[in-house]
Design a protein around this ligand. Structure first.
Ligand code: UT7
Length: 337
């Protein structure tokens, strides 16, 4: 990375209380626990209630990350929310978060890169710090996919859950923090994972709702193949860019879509399974939230320590993919510069 070194100095996450188990899904679609667990690794996922919107999840995660980083909302320079399920088409979720947090001087924008959103957002936020424009950036990966999930489609409704994860970025000591980013896209296959109606191509109408076009549509098999190919490749490329190799990895924090996709990435990297952070059994696929929530859990449970090499990698709608290699720079006076 050129310019100042940038690191994550605080993390936080939030999951809605309500849980949907595989047994709950068995009651509404033709599926069973054995199929879901063996094909995806998922046993349950969290679901926000009717009155809860995306920004509500973001604010809870953001407060925890700010407290962890010992940063006050009014000191934030920029807030980026990576999501495809903002409260409204506009205003942005990031502006709602900025207002409710009281981050009075922060610029704010949303960023849409599907499940790769957190990768794109930390890469973007880091640039502002590396080049000296900003000192305190809040990056949130959040999605509330259960609001756009079709609970008559057993191919998708078993996968998705809601959540938010947040990270505070600051300048850190040289050589710590972000070592490399890899971002990519494959737009010609964008329709493989899509919410067809509600945008300017097909505005919401009685017909679009009746045709269930406001829900997620996914060609699961095709997305699966893309994921298996790109997750491993992007992770390896980010290690090479950082001047490291597979054996240097202390922890892999992958997008939590399907345990078989995670296993394929692990095999490609040739790393031990105990170096991989997995929460999809409890949380399902939380889209842009999945990586930051898993990262927060790994930090708060004392797995990740200062100096560890952590690789985050994801893929998602777009289609997109992204990876980041970092040397964990714990917050505290000794690393903040
Ligand atoms: O974050 C990015 C978002 N997207 C993803 O991560 C999705 C990536 N794709 C996947 O994870 C997998 O493709 C799925 C989990 C979605 C599907 O697993 P699969 O092993 O690719 O199954 P399949 O679609 O090939 O379906 C195999 C069979 C089919 O039956 P037949 O045609 O063989 O008789 C499906 O109808 O399994 C059936 N099936 C189910 N059976 C029970 C599909 N969904 C279910 C279900 N319960 N929920």
């Amino acid at each position: 990375m050129l310019g100042r070194s940038v690191g994550i100095v605080g993390v936080g996450s939030y999951l809605p209380e309500k849980v949907i188990t595989n047994a709950d899904l068995e009651k509404i679609v033709d599926t069973n626990d054995e199929w879901i667990v063996s094909r995806t690794g998922i046993s349950q996922r969290h679901q926000a209630d009717e009155d809860t919107a995306l920004s509500d999840l973001c604010i809870e995660a953001a407060k925890l990350a700010l407290a962890d980083a010992k940063v006050k909302p009014e000191d934030l320079d920029l807030i980026i929310v990576a999501t495809v399920t903002a409260d409204y088409a506009f205003p942005s979720a990031s502006c709602l978060v900025q207002g409710k947090l009281g981050a009075t001087k922060a610029a704010a924008f949303d960023l849409g890169a599907g499940c790769s959103g957190f990768m794109y957002a930390i890469a973007t936020g880091s640039q502002f710090i590396a080049n000296g424009v900003y000192d305190n950036v809040l990056v949130i990966g959040a999605d509330i996919l259960t609001k756009i999930t079709d609970y008559t489609d057993r191919g998708t409704c078993i996968l998705f859950g809601d959540g938010a994860g947040a990270a505070v970025l600051q300048p850190v000591a040289t050589g710590e923090g972000m070592l490399s980013f890899v971002l990519g896209s494959n737009g010609e296959n964008g329709e493989l994972l899509i919410q067809p109606a509600g945008g300017s191509r097909r505005p919401a109408s009685v017909e679009s709702v009746e045709a269930r076009q406001h829900y997620i549509k996914m060609a699961g098999n095709e997305v699966y193949k893309f994921a298996v190919r790109t997750m491993g490749e992007a992770a390896v490329e980010s290690l090479v860019k950082a001047g490291l190799q597979e054996s240097d990895v202390d922890f892999l924090v992958p997008h939590q879509a399907n345990i078989r996709i995670v296993d394929a990435a692990v095999k490609r990297l040739g790393i031990d399974r105990d170096k991989v952070i997995v929460n999809l059994d409890r949380c399902g696929n939380m889209s842009a939230a999945s990586i930051p929530v898993a990262l927060d859990e790994a930090v708060k449970t004392g797995k990740i320590h200062k100096g560890d090499v952590v690789v985050m990698v994801g893929f998602g709608a777009g289609l997109t993919y992204g990876a980041c290699t970092m040397r964990w720079a714990r917050n505290g006076e000794e690393t903040n510069v």
